[in-house]
Design a protein around this ligand. Structure first.
Ligand code: UDP
Length: 328
C-alpha cells in the first residue's frame, strides 16, 4: 500500500512511518515542523520507499499518485503546545481533518483519524469506554484541542455515513517513549528531563490525579492493527495500567536515581482528575493489548533522553510569543 501520514515528523507519526515501512508499505510523510522535528525522520531520508513533503495540512493539500491510506496525525498534542498554538490546533483538527478526508476521498483511500482520550474531558465515568460522551468545557483552555478533536471525529463519521468513506478513529491515551520532545511539557518528558538535569520535579496539584501510560511501540501496534482490521467506530488504544502523578514522579526518581527534589505547583485549569481506558473493544476486535510495563518503557525512555543531555533539545523551554492582541 501507499500511505500518507500527516504529522510524520512528530513523536507518534514518525514511529508510524517506521511501522508501515517495516510492514513493506510505501510512505509519504507530511509535516510543517510546528511541533515535529526533522531529527525524528532523518533516518528515513534516502529510503526509496519514503517520501517527505513539508506542508501544512490545514491549507489546501494535493499529493501526486495513488494513495491507499491517509492517516491524520498532525496536531500539537501536549497541553503546553496547544495552549501556545490555540488557533493552529483548532485549524489542524478541523480544516486539517477536512483536507485529509477530502484527499482520502479523492484517492479512494482509507482514512484514519488520530483522536484522543481528551474527547472524554474531565471524565465522570471511570474507566472510559467508547460509549461515554465525555465532560468537556467547550470554552476552557483545553477546548482548543478537545473540541478540535471532537469536531474531527464528527466530520470523519459524516464522511463515513454520507460519502461511504472507509474510516477509522483511534482515541489515543497518554503515550510516551523515544522521540518525545524533551521539553514538550508533558508529564513523562518533564519528569525525566528534570530528573536527569537535577532540576526540581514539578508535580501539578497534589499529584493525586491519575493517568494510564502506554509505551509508543504498543500504541503504534494498536494503531496499525486498527488501521488494518478495525471498523469505523471510535476505538480506545491505551494502557489501562493507572498511576497517580505522584506515583509516576516517585518511579522516575527511583529509575533515574536523581537527587532532584519533588516540588508542588498549581494544577492547570480543567486538568482531568482521572483517566484510564477501557480497552475491551480493541481486545476483542483486534486481539490487541499493551505488552510493555511502565517500568520497562520508562527505563527505555530515560535511556533515549540521556543521549540528548547537554544538547539544545534539552535546553529549558522558551515560551512562544503571544500576539500583542492576546487577552492576559
Ligand atoms: N503534570 C505534572 N507535572 C508536569 C507536567 C504535567 O504534574 O510537569 C500533570 C498534569 O497536571 C496532568 C498529568 O501530569 O495531571 C498529565 O499531564 P500531561 O501534560 O502529560 O498530559 P494530559 O494527560 O494532561 O493531557
Amino acid at each position: 500500500m501507499r500511505i500518507l501520514i500527516t504529522g510524520a515528523a512528530g513523536f507518534l507519526g514518525s514511529h508510524l512511518c517506521d511501522r508501515f515501512l517495516a510492514e513493506g508499505h510505501d510512505v509519504v510523510g507530511l509535516d510543517n515542523f510546528v511541533t515535529g522535528h526533522p531529527d525524528n525522520i532523518a533516518h528515513l531520508i534516502g529510503n526509496d520507499r519514503f517520501q517527505f513533503i513539508r506542508h501544512d495540512i490545514s491549507t489546501n493539500t494535493y499529493v501526486e499518485g495513488p494513495l491507499d491510506g491517509v492517516l491524520h496525525f498532525a496536531s500539537p498534542a501536549s497541553p503546553i503546545d496547544y495552549l501556545e498554538l490555540p488557533i493552529e490546533t483548532l485549524k489542524v483538527g478541523s480544516l486539517g481533518t477536512h483536507n485529509a478526508l477530502g484527499l482520502a476521498r479523492a484517492k479512494g483511500a482509507r482514512f484514519f483519524l488520530a483522536s484522543t482520550s481528551e474527547v472524554y474531558g474531565d471524565p465522570l465515568v471511570h474507566p472510559q469506554k467508547e460509549e461515554y460522551w465525555g465532560n468537556v468545557n467547550p470554552v476552557g483552555p483545553r477546548s482548543v484541542y478537545d473540541e478540535a478533536k471532537r469536531f474531527g471525529e464528527a466530520i470523519t463519521m459524516a464522511y463515513h455515513t454520507w460519502h461511504g468513506l472507509d474510516t477509522r478513529i483511534v482515541r489515543i491515551f497518554n503515550t510516551y517513549g523515544p522521540r518525545m520532545r524533551p521539553r514538550d511539557g508533558r508529564v513523562v518528558s518533564n519528569f525525566i528531563v528534570q530528573a536527569l538535569s537535577n532540576e526540581p520535579i514539578t508535580i501539578y496539584g497534589d499529584g493525586s490525579q491519575t493517568r494510564s501510560f502506554c509505551y509508543a511501540s504498543d500504541e503504534v501496534d494498536g494503531i496499525y492493527k486498527l488501521f488494518m482490521n478495525g471498523d469505523s467506530n471510535p476505538t480506545n488504544i491505551g494502557n489501562p495500567d493507572e498511576y497517580t502523578v505522584k506515583q509516576l514522579a516517585e518511579l522516575v526518581v527511583e529509575l533515574t536515581g536523581t537527587r532532584a527534589p519533588i516540588v508542588y505547583e498549581p494544577l492547570p485549569k480543567d486538568d482531568p482528575k482521572v483517566r484510564k481506558p477501557d480497552i475491551t473493544r480493541a481486545r476483542t476486535m483486534l486481539g490487541w493489548e499493551p505488552k510493555v510495563h511502565v517500568r520497562d518503557g520508562l527505563a527505555r525512555t530515560i535511556e533515549y533522553f540521556k543521549q540528548h543531555v547537554g544538547t539544545p533539545m534539552m535546553a529549558p523551554r522558551t515560551p512562544r510569543p503571544r500576539p500583542a492582541s492576546a487577552a492576559r
